[in-house]
Design a protein around this ligand. Structure first.
Ligand SMILES: *Cc1c(COP(=O)(O)O)cnc(C)c1O
Length: 357
């Protein structure tokens, strides 16, 4: 428990007092009737499928299904247009542009920095250790009275590892702003989620996404779990209909198929293991880092030239070779068995050509 945390001191004062936009669907929540309140088109849509009605602004049906899956109350669930939306909203809710600060720990996911920069919020960077763990003392030393958010990504992108629970706990206990734990890859690890710990830490925020394990990146849907009070604030400042009707319908159907998600994750994990073995058997690969995610960070002798070669073969991986502490590395998403084999075959040809050269 962090006894010095006070949400009212973390929120920007005008956000605290803001009266949200009250949409037509806020003011009348019934499902039957003659709806003449939202200036919708009563005849239907130009498309074969009808999208003429505004969607539920708070996605109640989805949250009702998600709540038992994540074992957290509906009032602690915020759904966004990707997790990028809660990342942006958390900054907007807490950080006064030109004044307030956030802490990020590179190498990590780029959106924390981009979102902060868009809002002219200062970014203090505290490097991860060489083992990609938190430098807790340095993080706490970087905290100023204007620091509002510390971003932690676990499993971390692009390094793939889980961050030690005890380090996250130390930061939660000793920092009186928000500690956001981004669990975009949580379904690919057997390490526990931080969601149950929301009961202990009012300053904890957990992000998850439908974009990876659920296979729904194209829908744009992210989850944010937080205290009831903070969740209420996020709902107050989001755009009124932030998740589209077709996305809500697809999510609602998808949540009935947790078993399919788990089956795909199982397959990805098996493929992750065999891709690792195949990569480690190549002489041009120096190191495959441990991964609790659906990608592998791989160190090559000459990452840039491998990257260019793969591009010519229209195999696209992510160049992280100029990223702090990832120098010489490519980030490779675990594909299907066939895709992974195609990648390995291409790398073998590259290896052959370079030996002959
Ligand atoms: C992929 C990813 C996300 C997901 O973003 P969406 O906007 O939900 O698609 C969030 N955080 C990290 C660290 C990621 O790698």
């Amino acid at each position: 428990m962090n006894t010095s945390f006070d949400l009212n001191k973390i929120l920007r004062p005008h956000i605290l007092n803001l009266a949200p936009y009250s949409s037509a669907r806020d003011e009348y929540t019934g499902h039957v009737g003659i709806f003449l309140d939202a200036n919708e088109n009563p005849y239907g849509s130009v498309t074969t499928q009808d999208f003429n009605r505004y969607p539920d602004p708070y996605q109640a049906d989805i949250k009702k299904k998600l709540s038992p899956i994540k074992n957290i109350g509906i009032q602690q669930i915020f759904l966004g247009n990707g997790s990028d939306e809660p990342i942006d909203l958390l900054i907007r809710a807490t950080c006064t542009p030109g004044k307030d600060r956030v802490i990020i720990m590179p190498p990590t996911y780029g959106m924390y920095e981009v979102s902060a920069s868009i809002h002219d919020v200062h970014i203090d960077k505290v490097s991860l250790t060489v083992n990609y763990q938190l430098d807790v003392q340095a993080v706490l030393a970087a905290v100023t009275p204007d620091t509002k958010i510390i971003w932690i990504c676990s499993p971390n992108n692009p390094t793939g590892n889980v961050v030690a629970d005890s380090d996250i706990e130390t930061i939660l206990e000793n920092f009186s702003g928000l500690v956001v734990v981004d669990e975009a890859y949580i379904d690919f690890t057997d390490k526990a989620s931080w969601i149950p710990r929301l009961a202990d830490y009012p300053n904890l925020v957990v992000l998850q996404t439908f974009s990876k394990s659920w296979g729904l990146a194209g829908l744009r849907a992210g989850m944010c779990f937080a205290s009831v009070e903070l969740t209420r604030i996020l709902n107050k400042i989001k755009s009124p209909y932030n998740i589209s009707q077709p996305a809500q319908a697809a999510l609602l159907a998808g949540l009935d198929s947790v078993d399919k998600m788990e089956a795909m994750v199982k397959e990805i994990l098996e493929e992750r293991a065999s891709l690792r073995t195949m990569l480690e058997n190549l002489s041009l690969v120096n190191k495959v880092f441990p991964s609790d995610a659906n990608f592998l960070l791989v160190h090559f002798d000459d990452a840039r030239s491998v990257m260019d070669y793969l591009l010519k073969e229209t195999i696209i991986v992510r160049d992280r070779s100029r990223v702090h502490l990832c120098e010489g590395c490519l980030r490779i998403t675990v594909g299907t068995k066939e895709e992974n084999e195609a990648l390995i075959d291409a790398l073998k040809v590259y290896e052959q050509n370079n030996v002959n050269a």
